[in-house]
Write a protein that binds this ligand. Sequence first.
Ligand code: FAD
Ligand code: NAP
Ligand code: SF4
Length: 690
Amino acid sequence: MTYPHLLEPLDLGFTTLKNRVLMGSMHTGLEDGRKHFDRMAEYFAERARGEVGLIVTGGYAPNIEGWAKPFAGTLATSGAARRHSVVTKAVHAEGGKIALQILHTGRYGYQPFCVAPSRIQSPISPFTPRELSERGIERQIRAFIRCAKLAREAGYDGVEVMGSEGYFINQFLVSATNQRTDGWGGNYANRMRLAIEILTRMREAVGPDFIIIYRLSMLDLIPNGSSWDEVLELARGVVKAGATLINTGIGWHEARIPTIATSVPRAGFAWVTQKLRSQLRAEGIMTPLITSNRINSPEVAEGVLADGSADMVSMARPFLADPEFVKKARQGRADEINTCIACNQACLDHAFEQKIASCLVNPRAAHEQEIRVIPLAASKQARKKIAVVGAGPAGLAASTTLAERGHEVHLFDSAAVIGGQFNMARQIPGKEEFSETLRYFARRLEITGVQLHLNRRVAAPDLMGFDEVLLATGVTPRNPRIPGQDEGAARGQVLSYIDVLLHKKPVGQTVALIGAGGIGFDVAEYLAEPGAEQGHSLTKDAPAWRREWGIGDPVESRAGLVRPLPASPARSIYLLQRKAGKLGAGLGKTTGWIHRAALKMKAVQMLAGVNYEAITPEGLWVSYGKERIDRQLLACDTIVLCAGQEPLRELEAPLKAAGRSVHLLGGAQEAGELDAKRAILQGTRLGCSL
Ligand code: FAD
Ligand code: NAP
Ligand code: SF4
């Protein structure tokens, strides 16, 4: 397939972008501090080489008040601008273009100097902002202008002014956070004055031949957010003030509706950009509009451009997953793209945990200097014959990396398909994207020449003729040994999560799930979702998804909020854990709340501090706390064991006994805290080192 709309250049008058792809701003942590400029240069240069039309950096504060956290990346001096020039030069050397995002976080700042239009604390920061005086507002405006001028001095092709997602400028726009009574509050003209003043004065300061992108919040998804008329008025004002491009944003960070998680349908918000674009076009406003959120394949991107939803597509995480996304699409190699599965596990979750971001499916992202795939010829190493046992994420990452470097690699799996546990993960409603990782690895095995042996359960003697043996045999479910469990299993009343997800064993109308880790939550979502077991409702249609989360037409309902109307659950479910405290505490920082909210909508009963006393034909007997009080029968037809896992490494001992050294990786090495992020990272690192 070719992508005529996606690959079409975009003429901005004073400059031309080579295609319609914007790499959206992402905080990787490389922005903070002074020491990462070389690393950042390599990270962005790789994306420029991959032919992205315009890159936007992570957010830089224009001053201390705008910091996202203490000592966050700031561009406020010529000295800082000089340090940035290593990045702009590296991108330009690869034929790319790059804009700096100016991010003033306002009351979202996780730091004591934060400021806002009014003294109203946000639900996502412990710091109450200082209310700005009029002079204080003027100081912030000047900081924005200075930052844009310094960006130009540093060699950037433009700036993106962050005006959405609930940050500083957005806080002025909305009466929920702007309760001022002076010329910066009250009516909408006053509330949007800050945005207009910044853009007008910025355009004057940087001249006509510098890209200014304004990131405009189209759909706040918070109570008392902007109305559609206000969004339109702002868009008109922004264009008049000199914006080159409008990038459209969805949802404030405090909104309780998922906007980018894997359960959001692909291109799930492009319809809002389309609404805005058609209205502006009808008024003769031709400024290009950029759409974003859950666009992760060239087909989807091409679709939203072809149907007139937008003039350009912003993708952020997909460029962590694959820096060559655009190049592969242009060369007819879209099937080789490593697709972002929107898990957030190594990107956003890392940002919130103050770690450098990376990518679950591509651990080299933002770690290019550290993880290098060096061909054997270049390192003068001998070619080895290597066996990799287990074609789960760890084995796939290791074998393809080893083969890419030039080793002879044989990959064995006892199953008929590659993927290991990912074949269960992709059954979960909202995790369909995990299939893309398997598609990617299947193609990669072909390209790198790994010799794949499926339906081959190997034993130690099979592995004697190899120079190196890697055991990536994964895990086996933990047996919680509840009294009566074996009898229940014989009756078909007790199942493992593998019986449910892989073997599709029948499940009754009332179910108790033993264990509330990632898998317990996933199985609960799978069993609660009508039709999931038949596999036909796995891809939720976008209108149904919007109804479920309460997303309405912003023309009819302010900020796009309506009453959520979740579908009735397929069955009654108890989700249980032994420890006290909130269920799902160990789930991802940026996605755990979504899983909890989804299960609440499906009326799943979450019980903590439970002791499993016995399983009888009537159901599961539980008691509570150390004292084992309140013994109670949970009358359920089926009990599903999701009680964690143990490493499966039965081949290790016989191989060692035969004098062979083995490398353990993924679940085979350590099952505790195992996830695909660790499995792929370990596989890749080992693949680079042998
Ligand atoms: P596995 O995936 O377990 O693969 C091991 C492979 O080895 C299997 O294919 C097996 O057939 C093969 N094998 C074993 N013994 C032999 C032998 N003797 N000979 C040949 N082959 C053998 N992780 C996340 O990060 N995010 C998620 O959202 C997520 N969701 C999940 C949802 C579900 C429902 C499940 C079950 C898991 C989920 N995981 C998730 C966990 C993730 O899938 C695992 O951490 C990951 O698959 C572990 O990779 P691995 O390569 O170590 O092992
Ligand atoms: P897990 O997260 O370790 O959870 C295991 C659950 O079983 C816990 O709730 C634990 O809670 C319970 N448990 C442990 N030992 C038990 C016992 N002897 N008897 C009864 N209950 C017991 O493991 P998992 O759910 O199997 O997931 C495996 C890995 O896959 C995880 O590390 C996870 O990161 C990954 N995964 C991630 C996602 C994701 O969305 N990111 C989704 C699925 C899986 P108590 O001890 O309190 O009972
Ligand atoms: Fe996408 Fe997950 Fe990688 Fe983040 S970690 S870029 S969400 S695949």
